[in-house]
Design a protein around this ligand. Structure first.
Ligand code: RP5
Length: 194
């Protein structure tokens, strides 16, 4: 049961250790989601995805794999991901962000791209590089720095074949709605008094 969704805001900033190439979460468990990023500098954004998936008790593997700096490692990982038990890949990169496209080209798994905003161009470059994939090889691109939605989309995919995750997602969505109703009540009350 997810008691932390409303109690602890998803996205609290816990550093992600991406310095070691082996998974540090669910090491002996079957993998469900692989979170790839082009650099450890992306981890501060992608931590939100890691924490979201952990909140739902979905095993996560986090790796730094660069399409241009470690292309062989990236392709090797992508080619083996399905047999390794990965169900969904989340790929985050900034700039000429081809990581998600390269991964999607080398695995049949669904790939969710997270465009990372760098200091120049505010992430528009990353967004266009991911979202404008030519037809044939899809990357489901979320918003710039949209790590949490990437995780939630991955959870929706997993929920198609995992009743527990489906139930937890339903509860999460209901809690989101309750939070907005609370906001509504507070704002209505504030302006009624004014
Ligand atoms: C991309 O280049 C990475 O995904 C990162 O967003 C960006 C900058 O990388 P660093 O120079 O910080 O390693 O490949």
């Amino acid at each position: 049961m997810i008691t932390t969704v409303s109690g602890v805001p998803l996205g609290r900033h816990v550093p992600v250790d991406v310095s070691h190439p082996t998974p540090h979460v669910g090491q002996n468990a079957p993998m469900s989601v692989a979170i790839l990023m082009g650099s450890s500098s992306d981890a501060s954004i992608m931590d939100d995805a890691v924490q979201t998936l952990r909140t739902f008790d979905v095993p996560v593997q986090v790796r730094v794999l660069s399409a241009h700096r470690t292309p062989d490692d990236t392709i090797a990982f992508a080619r083996g991901a399905k047999d390794a038990g990965v169900k969904v890949v989340i790929a985050a990169a900034g700039g000429a962000a081809h990581l998600a496209g390269v991964v999607a080209a080398t695995t049949p798994l669904p790939v969710i791209g997270v465009p990372i905003a760098l200091a120049t161009l505010d992430g528009l470059d990353s967004l266009l590089a991911m979202v404008q994939m030519p037809k044939g090889i899809p990357v489901a691109t979320v918003a710039v720095n949209g790590a949490r939605n990437a995780a939630l989309l991955a959870l929706r995919i997993i929920a198609l074949s995992d009743a527990r995750v489906a139930t937890e997602l339903d509860r999460f969505i209901a809690e989101l709605a309750d939070q907005v109703r609370d906001m509504d009540a507070e704002v209505v009350s504030r302006y009624e008094q004014a």
